[in-house]
Write a protein that binds this ligand. Structure first.
Ligand code: B12
Length: 492
């Protein structure tokens, strides 16, 4: 059996990093971890090929080779998934679909032969058994959550690692919190399920063994969901692992209560973490109560962010406008918060209601739903009828993005951040590619870019004040270029 594992294309979005990837000659930011993991669960005797359309083309030769196609994706890849499925069906192939897009919207994909939904650890074995007996059903799904201590390590060898800017690895699934707008608990459960430290070390060894040097993203919904295990098992094992390795820094996602735990932050930094994505959402106390983001309440969130930065973790964060409680003053308050906290990568979106969330159910009851969400939470669209006038909301949203990603304010924010940030423990060594990226940024941003004045000023400032953060300053300047392109494309 010849199987093609296909990952549809991401549109040009905030998280695609397309305009930044050009500087480092990479095709995509992250590999499709779901498909690489699925590959390891399929029968060993099957021949497998990965086609990540973000990194390579799906050719006629691939289609002619295959007997079956296994396609994955998230909602934001909907359009490319549709086109790809149509192509595969035209080529006479059987299509099996799974992953978050299909788990959320499988009813809308009529051409797919089999849906193997939710976690493949649970739904794939019965599908494979039925397929073997020639009686495979159309839909396999479950409301249970699997024990990921039995999840196999991803088949890294299926991916051409050179095409990616970062690698991904997963330690846990699920989140102990219950924010009204988030579908993580529906999809992955409330009780964080974890892999063992041994599994993670084996996965990292696998990556290191195939030659990976560079960032590794722990794609957990909330990395600190089980602090005890982190402190006693995983982080000590990672600290040990790093001792004889070079150039593999980590980053992840966590809740803001990380800021309360100095020893935990220190251990994470010691283990090689240098960045963490945190859901801040809003600086407004009442709005935090509205969306049940209790872990963010009754805090000085700016001080929390600074504490995490000072510990040695760059904070990236998500923000949302369009909550019922929001008034027109929220736009300036979000801007002030983002600028003051020095959160360089600030993902600001309009409130959307993903199916399966408590928000979705509430707005359905209130007849305030408008069909599907786009899946891109930074494109200025929403699938809800907000309380605030929609034009005012759009205008305010546009103002936030125009402000925080304007040259002046973006570079100002980078500087605010670099002032606080404790330099990371692990450096990715300078190689030809990174040197060329520096050269390209000097030309594109420093000579032809409208930001050339701010660009050189930042580099000079960093050189004199924080020379150990120089390469990070260049990276952030390149990211700023990407974010501005996305803003220009969408809303300016
Ligand atoms: C890493 C990640 C990203 C990376 C993407 C990396 C990449 N190339 O895939 C980045 C940072 C780019 C990203 C961005 C976004 N993401 Co994201 N992301 C994740 C995250 C945290 C981990 C994904 C992962 O690798 N999981 C590990 C693998 C092993 O799990 P998996 O992919 O689900 O695969 C399992 C099953 O689904 C199944 N499976 C998967 N594929 C297939 C295929 C077949 C055929 C079969 C049988 C089974 C199967 O088997 C696997 C093993 O169980 C998930 C949350 C999560 N816990 O999964 C959100 C998640 C996928 N993201 C989500 C969203 C909404 C987004 C964003 C819109 C913004 C945001 N809020 O983060 C953007 C959109 C992207 C864009 N470009 O605009 C949603 C998707 C919802 C949906 N229904 O589609 C999720 C589920 C988080 C959430 N809160 O709901 N994301």
């Amino acid at each position: 059996m010849n199987v093609l594992l296909i990952h549809p294309e991401f549109p040009d979005t905030f998280w695609s990093f397309k305009h930044a990837l050009k500087f480092i000659h990479k095709k995509a930011a992250f590999p499709p971890l779901g498909l690489l993991t699925l590959g390891a669960m399929l029968p060993e005797e099957w021949s497998k090929r990965l086609v990540d359309i973000n990194a390579t083309k799906l050719t006629e030769k691939d289609l002619a080779w295959a007997d079956y196609v296994f396609i994955s994706g998230m909602v934001v890849q909907r359009e490319s998934a549709r086109q790809t499925i149509a192509r595969c069906k035209e080529a006479g192939l059987k299509v099996v679909a799974g992953g978050p897009l299909f788990t959320s919207e499988y009813k809308e994909f009529e051409d797919v032969d089999h849906f193997v939904l939710n976690e493949a650890e649970l739904t794939l074995p019965p599908f494979l058994a039925d397929l073997d007996m020639g009686c495979a059903r159309r839909v396999y799904k479950t409301s249970e959550f699997c024990d990921i201590r039995h999840t196999p390590a991803p088949m890294w060898e299926l991916a051409d690692l050179k095409r990616y800017a970062s690698m991904s690895i997963q330690f846990s699934r699920g989140c102990p919190f219950n924010c009204e707008f988030c579908n993580v608990t529906t999809l992955y459960g409330h009780r964080p399920r974890i892999k063992t430290a041994e599994q993670i070390i084996a996965e990292l060894d696998g990556l290191y063994g195939v030659g990976w040097r560079g960032q590794v993203f722990f794609v957990d919904d909330n990395f600190i969901g089980n602090k005890r295990y982190l402190k006693t098992q995983l982080l000590p094992a990672l600290i040990e692992w790093q001792k004889d390795k070079r150039g593999v820094p980590f980053f992840t996602e966590a809740s803001v209560n990380l800021a309360d735990d100095e020893p935990l932050m220190q251990m994470m930094v010691e283990a090689g973490f240098d960045t963490v994505f945190i859901g801040i959402e809003t600086p407004d106390e009442e709005t935090l109560a509205e969306c049940n983001k209790r872990q963010n309440r009754n805090r000085d969130l700016v001080a929390d962010v600074k504490r995490v930065q000072r510990a040695g973790l760059q904070v990236q964060a998500g923000f949302i406008v369009g909550f019922d409680n929001d008034t027109p003053s929220i736009f300036q308050r979000q801007i002030d918060f983002i600028q003051k906290s020095g959160i360089v990568t600030a993902m600001v979106g309009l409130l959307q209601a993903p199916p399966g969330t408590r928000l979705y159910e509430r707005l359905k009851r209130e007849s305030r739903l408008l069909g599907h969400m786009s899946g891109d939470n930074v494109d200025g669209t929403t699938n809800i009828i907000p309380k605030m006038d929609l034009d005012a909301l759009h205008e305010g949203y546009r103002n936030i993005l125009c402000h925080i990603y304007s040259h002046k304010h973006y570079y100002q924010r980078v500087k605010t951040f670099l002032r606080e940030y404790k330099a990371p423990k692990i450096e990715i060594p300078m190689d030809l590619q990174r040197f060329l990226a520096f050269f390209r940024s000097n030309v594109r941003l420093g000579i032809f870019g409208k930001e050339r004045f701010q660009y050189w000023r930042l580099l000079l400032w960093t050189l004199f004040r924080r020379p150990e953060l120089f390469s990070l300053a260049v990276t952030l300047a390149i990211h700023g270029h990407h974010f501005r392109k996305i803003c220009e494309l969408r809303i300016f």
